[in-house]
Design a protein around this ligand. Sequence first.
Ligand SMILES: *Cc1c(COP(=O)(O)O)cnc(C)c1O
Length: 400
Amino acid sequence: MTYGRLMMETSAPDAVMDIIPILDLKAQYQSLQPDIDRAVARVLASGQFILGPEVQAFEEEVAAYLGVRHAVAVNSGTDALVISLRSLGVGPGDEVITTPFSFFATAEAISLVGARPVFVDVELDSFNLDPSKVAAAITPRTKVILPVHLFGRPAAMGGMMELAQAHGLAILEDCAQSFGARYCPPCKNCPCERATQEALAHRFTGAIGTMGAFSFFPTKNLGAYGDGGLITTNDEELAERSRMLRVHGSRQRYHHEMIGYNSRLDSLQAAILRVKLPHIDRWNQQRRRVAQTYNQALAGLEAVVTPAVSAGHVFHQYTIRVLNGQRDALAAYLKEAGISSMIYYPIPQDHCPMYKGQSPPNPVSDRLASEVLSLPIWPELSDATIEYIAATIRQFFHRS
Ligand SMILES: *Cc1c(COP(=O)(O)O)cnc(C)c1O
């Protein structure tokens, strides 16, 4: 297999495999093994497994990194969304404006608190919620705008913030795919917008809106070795409500003040995340390097649109658009050559049976669902493998 030979020449021998996966988590563990193993042993010896000092230390460290006043660690990214919405007082009768082009947890969280997701179309180049279309969807029932920083690219927050301020709405950022992404660096190809640009420049996603929701699912840019999530906010009261909601609606044990959840981060995951956090900027930089290498290797193909690389983008996925209805054939061709690829997402959220026909059509999102193809990406992905994948894509388009 070509990949096996390639890897033996270029990288660790134990990375040899027949199929190039979409993501390889083993390289990262190997590079951190002594530190991770020590952290795990420390927790096992401590006898404290839920919340506790490890979780508190992680919350302080991650809040300092992101530049937010409060970080509340929970059980998953989905729970982070649900608990944030509950903390914001969203419930039955309310509407939350969001993108149809996201993982289903985004809309699901809105429905789980009893509110209605209102899907507004996305931008063709960024795949993210289009602020110019959000205004028309605001009604007296609208409570929150919920943008997703899809694939690690910050959404156009400036436009969203102006709308939220003008209409008295909260913004909840879905940062599940964007840990370490920064909004609006002064470079080309970033979603720059005039008025709020200065004030928001360089802020981390999750530190811009009213609240942020992160996921530490193992495949995310900052991944635990199990489920985990985080809520961020600068608002003391929202943080306090979130802390109560994650432990059955109580401030003090057995004094329950509201209907909450069991959504606590466990100490093992916190200890592992504390080992990984200091490395996240380097890993995200390596992801941008992978994206840049792909872009160069795929340049000039007429039927392939590559994503813009900006300084704040953390490339949770490297996703191209394949034009002229050739996406599925290309994916099959890659599979034949031992290269994994994924379609995130084949069915936009507004097409799920639960939501079908409830909002006006979103043609850009629909188009993306038929064109997008995500290629293998992880920080340690080698240039040789990227070149092989790109060469295979070129072969597909140049075959007779
Ligand atoms: C992964 C993900 C979630 C959910 O996170 P979990 O930790 O898996 O619950 C929510 N939104 C988006 C955009 C995601 O990618």
